[in-house]
Design a protein around this ligand. Structure first.
Ligand code: AMP
Ligand code: TRP
Length: 332
């Protein structure tokens, strides 16, 4: 296989992905399937670092798989699998923990944010070791590229550092991967608070557009999006964060340039603009939601697809782990 390998992962922590996940990360996954050897992983073990609710975790893992297939990840073209189906992730994760320094792990912004929210006493060890498991996810597959959102840059840097350090000390074992961070449209903001990013952990979900929401729900959310002073539809992130965010969303989904959309709405008001954004979003998401709902009706079939992906993933993962153990002097 001469095509470059791509790997990415997403946590099954909600019943629906939101538009930020889609435009910031998942859309790239679909594009990268073409011409690459893509591995996409639903990182259920990482999801254990948050509140553990077994029934929800199961539902969300299946819902995530269904949505990934519905947005266009093809189980034939790509290797789509569930992290816990491939035990090598935990095995290499431990090795990474023994390579990483306490200091560098303590500097991870995601850990600092999440542990300070949880409070020092309730933050769990898994939250701290999370980036080393993520490094294992990536390095097991000898990935060339890791498509992720901007917030994952630091974890990719750590992965690169760990790979380089291991290779220098124990011999060439891992490919040092590169992050692929989407620039335009990479960050989508909350519709109600357009200075914070759209996030599943927002206090209220009225500013979050979810793939699995019924069309009426998303129309309502867009029509009641916070707008800015003035009445012109122009892109100005500083003065008009709300309108700029809606322009980014429109442009990313319709494929039209922001200037073209600004021109279309010259002399018209925010109301007309929002109605069109709602139409663009809802019509884009409708077939995706319908397909995902269809897949969720046949759980056995969905699981078969995931198990097949897991078996394929395991072949590559086992070969990297063998070489790692051998280079470490673990008797085989
Ligand atoms: P999360 O569900 O927050 O763990 O994010 C999953 C993926 O979606 C990550 O690669 C994030 O970088 C990306 N992502 C999440 N929220 C946004 C957002 N508002 N804008 C752009 N990308 C996002
Ligand atoms: N930490 C990533 C996130 O929160 C999810 C993730 C886990 C991941 N393992 C990965 C992303 C490997 C890319 C590659 O979005």
């Amino acid at each position: 296989m001469t095509s470059k390998r791509v790997l990415s992962g997403i946590q099954p922590t909600s019943n629906s992905f939101h538009l930020g996940n889609y435009l910031g990360a998942l859309k790239q996954w679909v594009e990268l399937q073409e011409g690459h050897d893509a591995f996409y992983c639903i990182v259920d073990l990482h999801a254990l670092t948050g509140e553990i609710e077994p029934k929800l975790l199961r539902e969300r893992t299946l819902a995530s798989a269904a949505q990934l297939i519905a947005i266009g990840i093809s189980p034939e073209k790509s290797t789509l699998f569930v992290q816990s189906h491939v035990p090598q992730h935990n095995q290499l994760g431990w090795v990474m923990e023994c390579i990483a320094g306490f200091g560098e792990a303590s500097r991870m912004v995601q850990f600092k944010d999440k542990s300070s929210k949880a409070g020092a006493d309730s933050a769990r060890v898994g939250l701290f070791t999370y980036p080393m498991l993520q490094a294992a996810d990536i390095l097991l597959y000898q990935a060339h590229f890791v498509p992720v959102g901007e917030d994952q840059r630091q974890h990719i840097e750590l992965t690169r550092d760990l790979a380089t350090r291991f290779n220098t000390k124990f011999g060439e074992t891992f490919r040092v991967p590169e992050g692929r961070i989407l620039k335009a449209g990479a960050k989508i903001y909350d519709l109600q608070d357009p200075t914070s990013k759209m996030s599943k952990s927002s206090e209220s979900n009225t500013g979050v557009l979810e793939i699995m929401d019924a069309p009426e729900v998303n129309i309502k959310k867009i029509k009641s999006a916070a707008t800015d002073a003035g009445r012109e539809v122009i892109f100005d992130e500083k003065e008009k964060p709300g309108i700029s965010n809606l322009l980014t969303i429109h442009s990313s989904l319709s494929g039209r340039s922001i200037t073209e959309i600004e021109n279309e709405f010259a002399g018209k008001g925010y109301g007309d603009f929002k109605a069109e954004v709602a139409e663009v979003v809802v019509e884009y998401l409708r077939p995706i939601r319908d397909h995902a709902l269809e897949l969720l009706k046949d759980e056995a079939h969905l699981l078969t697809l995931l198990h097949r992906g897991g078996e394929k993933a395991q072949k590559t993962a086992a070969s990297t782990l063998d070489m790692t153990y051998k280079n470490l002097g673990l008797v085989q």
